[in-house]
Design a protein. Structure first.
Length: 136
């Protein structure tokens, strides 16, 4: 049993190491956006008076994350309550088979589901999601 755990540990440790560059780049990008001296002209950088909000729920298809998916479900329900409270429509975009299945089983309408993404999404897949949000 210890060898199985050691193999799993090495596998996920390697994935973590592979993701460090991505998270460092993401942190740098966030810093540059927040500290930019010039106004950034992009649709996602401006608020609007729309009666529609959108969220992207990213879940995991594996059971190795404790209550991660449960927390996602609670957050979705919180956003739905807030949208109803303020008279806004909430569009839900969901990534991950478990999240999509959970929402469908509860009768919650999903605007778009992304269940065919790889474990490590490609740039094209990320662009697909970004395009869906900027087209709104």
């Amino acid at each position: 049993m210890e060898t199985v755990s050691a193999v799993r540990y090495r596998k996920y440790y390697k994935k973590w190491l592979d993701s460090i560059d991505f998270y460092d780049s993401l942190a740098q990008l966030a810093y540059l956006v927040v500290t930019a001296e010039e106004t950034i002209d992009h649709p996602l950088m401006y608020g609007n008076d729309s009666k529609c909000n959108a969220i992207l729920a990213i879940g995991t298809d594996r059971g190795l994350c404790g209550g991660y998916n449960s927390n996602i479900y609670r957050q979705i329900e919180t956003h739905m309550k807030m949208a109803r409270r303020f008279g806004k429509k909430l569009e839900i975009y969901a990534q991950g088979k478990k999240v999509i299945t959970h929402l469908n089983n509860r009768g919650i309408e999903i605007t778009k589901g992304y269940d065919d993404f790889e474990e490590v999404p490609t740039a094209e897949q990320a662009k697909e999601i970004a395009d869906d949000f900027t087209d709104q």
